[in-house]
Ligand binder design. Structure first.
Ligand SMILES: [Zn+2]
Length: 135
């Protein structure tokens, strides 16, 4: 059914109700937003890294590790991440042979997100606690 509006009513309608013959040709196609391509801190939702930064070590992206206190962590590995690195690098109890580790916390909220692993002859990476991320 077609309803013809009187011309005087057309002048009263807000601009978004005006019919634009070219509109259907120029409406942009929605693109995936950048927010869909980031990994966030579960606690404060700030951006930590991107799926494109994911790496494997020993053939695995996901690792389950246990610290000397007996705490188990499911971690995922990324080359780059946005986090605060603290403490002196140490090889003590490292989970990745030859890589020293430091704590990595969220810049925004300070929650412990995981560890930063480095060694002089290889590219550094982050091991981030999966349960503290929005993947
Ligand atoms: Zn946070």
């Amino acid at each position: 059914m077609i309803v013809f509006l009187p011309l005087w009513l057309d002048k009263l309608l807000p601009p978004r109700f005006y019919f634009d013959k070219t509109a259907s040709l120029t409406v942009p196609i929605p693109q995936p937003t950048e927010t869909a391509e980031v990994i966030r801190c579960l606690h404060c939702r700030s951006v930590i890294t991107r799926p494109s930064q994911a790496i494997d070590m020993a053939g695995q992206h996901h690792h389950v590790v246990t610290n000397p206190a007996g705490m188990r962590f499911a971690i995922v590995l990324f080359h780059e991440a946005r986090g605060l690195i603290s403490g002196e690098p140490t090889l003590q109890h490292t989970w990745f042979s030859g890589y020293s580790w430091q704590l990595a916390t969220c810049l925004q909220c300070g929650i412990h997100l995981g560890w930063y692993f480095s060694q002089p002859q290889a590219r550094s990476f982050y091991g981030l606690i999966k349960a503290r991320l929005v993947l």
